[in-house]
Design a protein around this ligand. Structure first.
Ligand SMILES: NC(=O)c1ccc[n+]([C@@H]2O[C@H](COP(=O)([O-])OP(=O)(O)OC[C@H]3O[C@@H](n4cnc5c(N)ncnc54)[C@H](O)[C@@H]3O)[C@@H](O)[C@H]2O)c1
Length: 381
């Protein structure tokens, strides 16, 4: 019989908006437990600790590392601090889970991966939606041939600027998000992009990216990206005027699957088998049956308290713990971390305004900031 593994001890750096989701999901796991939290603002660390019953509270991550000696550290700080922290943590001997985007450009990501390889520790990036139950079901159905060969992926992120995450960045011109090389897009498009790249394997697809400023925003707020690979194309829609939504539509040679991560549904569309007008009855009938199946399953999950917005995050954290205990491989391949970051670099470098945009609205330093100088508002000590 295998000896029982001790739960891995996780510390978290950065007790801002996304920290609670991490602490909540870690609390549901048997393979790990949160043992310490750290924020430059001690009161934020204290509050997070109080909410989750964590007694070890720090405002200096180096002290935390020395005193707590965690197995894993979650980095939930602003994007421009990820590279420096991740390299340091890996060199210190901690496995490191970094929120998306892993770093500001592919050069920084290369250095993080090199630090992981040199230290014999693993790094994981928060591409959590790939571990969402609805996405996993979609992948399984694609892999089993249900829609034939994948030819196109449409990936939507609705991100209202009045929402929980958009409001702060849009109302404060000095907010760290606004000064990333790709501005707001740098902090947001990883999720819809990796939902495309999962199914579009090319290293250097053609890219056509267009931004615009909606509703008199004084910064580029909305983005459209077309990607063309050898066999698969992709469309990314990042929009601040539609309701919050995380939808992916995968088109294959024999049908199409629509994954709605918020509704936790996966629905198939395909050409009707019945001829002419009968087909107009067959399709809604089939759709209705599918919706009934989704409803039945979601009711079951609801009764088991198993419908969670961040279920994918829990799945990914658990997969990372399992990989650490098994000695690898990491749940998100390092080649994918490099490729997604490289494509983001290209999008920010190549994107053009869509039509005429208001005078003075600039794509947040995208032309110059790929030099990766970090914004300075938040200390990275
Ligand atoms: N997976 C998701 O769906 C999701 C959602 C929101 C945010 N995020 C990502 O999480 C990261 C953080 O975003 P946020 O909105 O929570 O940011 P935030 O600004 O709300 O919080 C960041 C916190 O980090 C602290 N911090 C900065 N440098 C530090 C350091 N060196 N040591 C200790 N604390 C430090 C700050 O004081 C702040 O409290 C970003 O990369 C963002 O893209 C992911």
């Amino acid at each position: 019989m295998q000896p029982l593994q001790q739960p891995l001890r996780i510390a978290l750096i950065g007790c801002g908006q996304i920290a609670d989701a991490h602490l909540q999901e870690i609390a549901k796991l048997r393979c790990a437990r949160a043992v310490a939290v750290c924020d430059l603002h001690r009161d934020l660390a204290y509050q997070a600790g109080a909410r989750f019953g964590i007694e070890a509270i720090y405002n200096d991550h180096r002290r935390m590392l020395q005193e707590v000696r965690p197995d894993i550290v979650h980095v939930t700080t602003p994007a421009h601090t990820h590279h420096r922290l991740a390299v340091e943590l890996l060199q210190h001997g901690c496995h490191t889970y970094v929120e998306k985007p892993l770093a500001l450009n592919a050069g920084e990501v290369g250095e993080i991966i090199a630090a992981a390889n040199a230290s014999g520790r693993m790094v994981c990036v928060g591409h959590d939606q790939l571990f969402d139950p609805a996405w996993l079901e979609c992948r399984h159905r694609i892999d089993s041939g249900e829609i034939g060969a994948v030819r196109h992926v449409e990936s939507v992120l609705g991100y209202p600027l009045s929402g929980q995450f958009g409001a702060l960045a849009s109302s404060d011109p000095g907010h760290w998000v606004r000064r990333l090389p790709g501005g707001l897009f740098h902090n947001t498009i990883s999720h819809p992009l990796y939902r495309i790249t999962e199914l579009l394997p090319d290293a250097e697809p053609q890219i056509d990216a267009r931004w615009f400023a909606r509703n008199n925003a004084d910064f580029p707020s909305d983005l459209r990206v077309e990607l063309q690979g050898g066999a698969v194309t992709g469309s990314l829609l990042f929009d601040t005027a539609i309701e919050p939504q995380r939808i992916t539509r995968v088109y294959g040679t024999q049908g199409c699957l629509t994954v709605d991560l918020d509704a936790q549904t996966v629905e198939r569309r395909r050409a009707p088998k019945l001829p002419g007008a009968f087909g107009r009855l067959e399709t809604p009938w089939r759709n209705w049956r599918q919706s009934a199946r989704c409803l039945r399953r979601n009711v079951g999950r609801f009764l088991r308290s198993d419908l969670h917005y961040f279920a994918g995050m829990r799945g990914l954290i658990e997969a990372f713990c399992n990989a650490i205990q098994a000695g690898g491989p990491p749940p998100i391949a390092y080649t994918e971390m490099r490729r997604v970051t490289h494509l983001m670099d290209r999008i920010f470098a190549e994107m053009q305004p869509l039509g005429v945009q208001p005078v003075g609205v600039q794509p947040s330093g995208c032309r110059t900031a790929l030099d990766s100088r970090p914004p300075t508002a938040v200390s990275t000590t």
